[in-house]
Write a protein that binds this ligand. Sequence first.
Ligand code: KG4
Ligand code: ZN
Length: 373
Amino acid sequence: MISHEALILGIESSCDETAAAVVAGGQRVLSNVVASQVAIHRKYGGVVPELASREHLRRIVPVVREAVEQAGIALADLDAVAVTRGPGLIGALLVGVTYGKVLALALGKPLVAVNHLEGHVHAVLLEAHAAGRRPELPAVCLIVSGGHTILYHVKSESSNGAARFSYARIGGTRDDAAGEAYDKVARMLALGYPGGPVIDQLAAYGNAKAIRFAEPKMRGNAYDFSFSGIKTAVLYHLRRNPQLQPEIEARQQALARSERSAETMRQLASPATLDLVASFQHAVVQDLVARTFSASEQHAVGTILVSGGVAANHELRTTFEEEAKRRGVEVFFPSRALSTDNAAMIAAAGYPRFLAGQHEDATLNAEANFPLA
Ligand code: KG4
Ligand code: ZN
């Protein structure tokens, strides 16, 4: 029965991860290979588009080969190829789209186009299914990463035995994504790149109530986000506190020696810096959690899905879980491997589209701006 065990190869190349995965029946991950470019972009403190495209070109063939091998199948066993069409860096996306298109054509298999954001929604569903749980839809989904901070209302209907998902945008960031704010603050403090994981670990050692950052007031849409204000507030805090400069320089020197572990950073951080880091994280987490729950209340949904790189954050998870318990709402997160960019989520999101016959032809193009709704 093709509808249960169809084998889909997912390909993802929208940002700085070259990824390929094989997923059976839209739910069973047979392989999930991710080649990260973090080491390449680290010295620039962010993703450099030209370098990303070049690296995707270098990695795409071996990554797909490894995903197929690890799944224990042959290319000919695939039922379809699903590829990320957008949104993302155009040069990076083009590598995956072109490769996916040629591969599907050569194999004579259907090609399915997936929105990267839809992939993040399916990452949560994939993880829940693997654990034998079935999140009840409609749900509110928060996608929070280095490139996105966006809230969707997610619905699914059954048509001819296949689920059909639909998405409505509730709100999103008007400036920086939350992960971008983590990365920029980490850069100001010389904590290394990416900033999220190290700030996550250091925050546990500081007092989150030490510094109060003003909550952004969002006129027009209360479900929009803004993180550029808090980033500037951290900058002003550093200007007002020049005594924090010598330790910043010491950390810069450690990074230059490739000493970048969270433990090294902690040893080179004063209590005042740990308080700053904890207060920054607390403000970001409180804002993300408050707006997401207020959206879930407005839409009267009992399920919240949280996905994207920042969904790995410990304080974010605990705060969501505690608040969900208090309100009698269910909250779902992907595992770490499925939180950050990967291709298993692309294959999973492509599965219902494959079943519904939404196949593409050779005219498929990558779209840098590709809204989900
Ligand atoms: O989803 P992702 O791998 O790539 C994008 O699509 O952006 O997310 C990467 C982002 C980075 O900004 C990184 O700093 C952040 O996610 N991040 C975290 C954590 N782990 C990664 N932010 C907060 N806490 C974490 N534990
Ligand atoms: Zn992403």
